[in-house]
Design a protein around this ligand. Structure first.
Ligand code: NAD
Length: 315
């Protein structure tokens, strides 16, 4: 399929890479010239990481990738002949509304519009006449490693479009999860937000340190999740326990907070994460690019192990 990606930032270039490696004709644009210039190098470096882990399809190198993904300076050239346009621009409703209005003028009626928005209800930002062929296709970062893609219909989306896009995602070697209807944050991000709310509570109220919280997550929660998810794990625990835990009400989730004192203190001190050398943890002056590569190598090794082990799957 001919696919246009609009927005070449963190997500856009990764999505373009996945599409190209699956054999689609890909074009990508970004309003910023420096981003357009950076896209080939970012994709080549991601491909090198995949190749090193034995996770890239046969026969792909930087040269082939450069031929497979066309970088375009303007919207008309990027959407010309594209059957699907994936919007991956800044999470700003007015920017997205403006882009979809422009796409509406440029694209024939059969073109499918997909948005990668994380939390926005994007459907009111898309012209009425496009609703039947508009959907959310929400990827995770980095898209060439995390294989979930949420496929989400709007109020007017044609079910055949959802089915076709879910098939497309499967054909990429990714895993589509089709929601019945739109909810902000979809599934994984909502669950992540619930975890974050709890973590802010434990940190801000002084119950535990960042180290203790991550130890509990890594050693307590994470090992079961790759083979059981959450609900299959509940089946193994026994559902009466879950029922009793609800009824006993010994645990009340913390109320949502608008800010976290511990988070604000870190940011105020310039500890904004790996890119700044420190965040909740100290990253000891290590090159951020090397840290990201190490993370990606470990993720790919884990993914390979998970594929080998398989999961406990009921029907
Ligand atoms: N970062 C993540 O982990 C993540 C995960 C899933 C979804 N998303 C969503 O994906 C979208 C993009 O996020 P990102 O993290 O890649 O942001 P980003 O800031 O890295 O990239 C966005 C790019 O869009 C470009 N842009 C802005 N307006 C444009 C326009 N009209 N036409 C073309 N290009 C334009 C910007 O120049 C920028 O390079 C957002 O909607 C975000 O919510 C992000």
């Amino acid at each position: 399929m001919e696919i246009a990606v609009v927005g070449g930032g963190l997500m856009g270039h990764g999505i373009a890479l996945v599409l190209a490696l699956a054999g689609h004709g890909v074009r990508i644009t970004d309003t910023r010239a420096e981003i357009r210039a950076a896209v080939p190098g970012l994709m080549a470096s991601a491909l090198a990481t995949l190749r090193e882990a034995g996770a890239a399809p046969e026969g792909w190198d930087g040269d082939r990738l450069a031929r497979a993904v066309r970088i375009e300076a303007g919207l008309p050239a990027v959407v010309e002949g594209a059957a699907l346009v994936i919007e991956a621009i800044t999470e700003n409703p007015e920017a997205k509304r403006g882009l979809f209005a422009h796409l509406d003028r440029l694209c024939p009626p059969e073109t499918i519009f997909a948005s990668n928005t994380s939390y926005l209800d994007v459907f009111p930002l898309i012209p009425e006449g496009r609703q039947a062929r508009a959907l959310v296709m929400h990827w995770y970062t980095p898209p060439y490693i995390i294989d979930l893609v949420d496929v989400v219909p709007g109020p007017g989306t044609d079910p055949a479009v959802i089915a076709a896009m879910a098939d497309l995602v499967t054909g990429l070697g990714q895993t589509p999860v089709v929601l019945k209807r739109f909810v902000p944050g979809y599934i994984a991000n909502r669950i992540q937000q619930a975890i974050s709310a709890e973590v802010f509570h434990l940190l801000d109220e002084g119950y535990a340190t960042p180290r203790e919280i991550d130890e509990a997550i890594i050693h307590g929660l994470s090992l079961r999740i790759p083979i059981l998810g959450h609900l299959a794990k509940a089946d193994f625990t026994g559902l009466e326990l879950t029922q009793r835990a609800l009824a006993n009400r010994t645990y009340a989730p913390p109320p949502p907070r608008e800010r976290s004192e511990t988070l604000d203190a870190l940011c105020a001190g310039g500890r904004t994460g790996v890119m700044a050398g420190a965040g909740y943890f100290d990253w000891g002056g290590r090159d951020p690019a090397e840290l990201f590569r190490e993370r990606d190598r470990k993720l790919l090794a884990l993914k390979k192990a998970m594929a080998g082990i398989g999961r406990m799957e009921g029907t």
